[in-house]
Ligand binder design. Sequence first.
Ligand code: KIV
Ligand code: ZN
Length: 511
Amino acid sequence: MTNQLIIFDTTLRDGEQSPGAAMTREKKIRIARQLEKLGVDVIEAGFAAASPGDFAAVRAVAETVKDATVCSLARASENDVRRAGEAIQPARSGRIHTFIATSPIHMQHKLRMSEDQVVERAVAAVKWALEYTDDVEFSAEDAVRSEMDFLVRVFDAVIQAGARTLNVPDTVGYSIPAAWGERIKQLIERVPNSDQVIWSTHCHNDLGLAVANSLSAVMNGARQVECTINGLGERAGNASLEEIVMAIKTRRDVFNLETRIDTTQIVPTSKLVSSITGYPVQPNKAIVGANAFAHESGIHQDGVLKHRETYEIMRAEDVGWNANKLTLGKLSGRNALRQRFTVLNIEFASEEAFNAAFQRFKELADRKHEIFDEDLQALVSDEAIAEVSEHYRLLALRAHSETGILPVARVRISIGNEQHEAEMQGGGPVDATFKAIEHIVHSGTELQLYSVNNITSGTDAQGEVTVRLAKGGRIVNGQGADTDIVVASAQAYLDALNKLHDNLQRAHPQL
Ligand code: KIV
Ligand code: ZN
């Protein structure tokens, strides 16, 4: 058994299954580039058969990434597998990840297939996949609730068919660490030729045990962990990459394993994913939360000053907290900005797009003294490389709030080529702004989430706003960033409306 742990990142696939986190091609490329810099071994770029847009995104990631394997998910159906095979074709190293459910509850109620049919289909899927790549992964969906004897049978069959990686998912986040480790151990003991393949684990976090379960699997022989940045993912999310990697590194005495991860890229990657998906990181989140290395109590502060290790098991700079460097200011020119964007892996489709970003940078620098990398990320999130149509666009906004008087907002927006204006009162300036927008658009949407986070510190920091809107079964996250949070809120609201307007339809891989 090797002492290398393969880090399989599924932020762009399972992470994308979080409500409203669907990503455009360009956004996936930006995250994929950063994941490559971070040093993950495998990037699961999406589910190619979900829609033409998803196919194009997986293919674009496959064309871009050179230093990681690019993978597409595929249900065990011929069409899915062939779409995945075509999408990863440009990759220097490409993988197809095919899966089928193996638990009685899924086989009876979802698939309506017998055990024999499931085995037959799993084998067929692996064989179709092998026509495109010899790097084929097979997952037994809902392995946690599957019968052990049947799991052994399925895994035996797919090894014989040629699968190279066998993934054991806790799809519903039901397991506990000791049981999960035991399950992996038994599978490795009982499946014939188990030493010829890599055993992998994929844990969901419904009971808050995804990382613990994954680590238990590793202690029992798994050599690939499927995880996501910030633990993003379906429902309560997946095992968080940063926690897995730092546990392996910090407790080398226990695991004695290596990963290829450059841990100093963890915080920048976390910030990028958070800003692109609109999922903020809770302050007390391990490793990447704003308070993860903050010592509040006097006793702790005193201890850390005297001898750092008294209260710190990791160094903030080792996970990239010092990457938040002052970068640019009001006097910085086009070349300095261009260089900084290159360092941040941000490319512009045209000189025009760069000029628009430069213009916005200048406007921001007028209002904000110091410009950090995170500000630049936010700047391009909604401006230079936006792919979402700008059917709704903010032209002007005036919000007034005064103690004792109901806040009022006046907004002017364009819808296509027409301009509209409305003024409304509300419980606060943001509420009044949203009411004014709704007065114009009558969107019929439900506001599911409104959140504001400061991108950097200080009262002149940009506020990054996420607005989640739902309509007719579709959920989207809109984002906006500005030093004025009312403006950022209006931008976020209109961004969400634009995403709904684009009306991209996609299938869910697990339905
Ligand atoms: O949770 C799950 O079972 C999955 C599979 C498709 C691997 O995401
Ligand atoms: Zn999953």
